[in-house]
Design a protein around this ligand. Structure first.
Ligand code: G3P
Length: 220
């Protein structure tokens, strides 16, 4: 399973990239707005830090300007993955960019029907938003199960399921059990994955016992 980080905060990305656990980055207009920085500068900088796909989202809503924005974003770096919304204009843009060899992430997916369209449009990734479905009383993971099953029925579909709007480690583990290809995680969720109280407790006990020996590995 690939892990992307869902942020436009370059400091966070740099820090997490050093763990060697990052396969890519996703951004969206809300995350870019939080940084207060120039969008294109941020995308260029992220693409130098992480060499996997970096999703950068268009903001036009009609086909022609959306395609123009997508081409401009794709020209910023080889690893830009153009993010388009799951609308008919977005799907048309996805097809045009994919035919040109540009990676595309179709975002704001909330139904299996929409995910089928994204695959038919040649998307590299489809982004179902699990947390936002949970927020309205549906189980976001049911959508992941449906999409993974449907895509599995059609080997010609090359689109990867990128689980987005992830809120907690359980989302990640459930997505992995279902066979989703990618999860994009807010930085705090990525860090939470490494934590367990018994790890902390066990480590504290080992270190206390080690201190009693008076030894040092590096000085032996
Ligand atoms: O990047 C898209 C998605 O991950 C947003 O998540 O938490 O705003 O629903 P959220």
């Amino acid at each position: 399973m690939k892990f992307f980080v869902d942020t436009a905060d370059v400091g966070e990305i740099r820090d997490l990239a050093q763990t060697g656990l990052l396969d890519g980055v996703t951004t969206n207009p809300s995350l870019v707005a939080k940084t207060g920085r120039d969008f294109l500068d941020v995308v260029r900088e992220i693409c130098q830090i992480v060499h996997g796909p970096v999703s950068a989202e268009v903001t036009a809503t009609e086909f022609e300007p959306m395609l123009a924005e997508g081409r401009k974003l794709a020209s910023l770096a080889k690893n830009v993955c153009v993010k388009v919304p799951l609308t008919l204009a977005g799907l048309k843009t996805c097809k045009a960019l994919s035919d040109d060899g540009v990676q595309v992430n179709v975002t704001l997916c909330f139904s299996a029907a929409q995910a089928i369209l994204a695959a038919k449009a040649g998307a590299t990734f489809v982004s179902p938003f699990v947390g936002r479905l949970d927020d309205i009383g549906q189980d976001g993971m049911d959508l992941i199960a449906d999409i993974v099953q449907i895509y599995g029925n059609y080997p010609a579909f090359r689109t990867e399921v990128l689980v987005a709007s992830v809120r907690n480690p359980t989302h990640v583990v459930t997505a992995a059990k279902l066979g989703a290809h990618v999860a994009t995680l807010p930085p705090n969720v990525l860090r939470q994955l490494a934590q367990h109280p018994l790890t902390d407790k066990g480590l504290a006990a080992f270190l206390a016992d080690w201190q009693k020996t008076g030894q040092s590995i590096l000085k032996s």
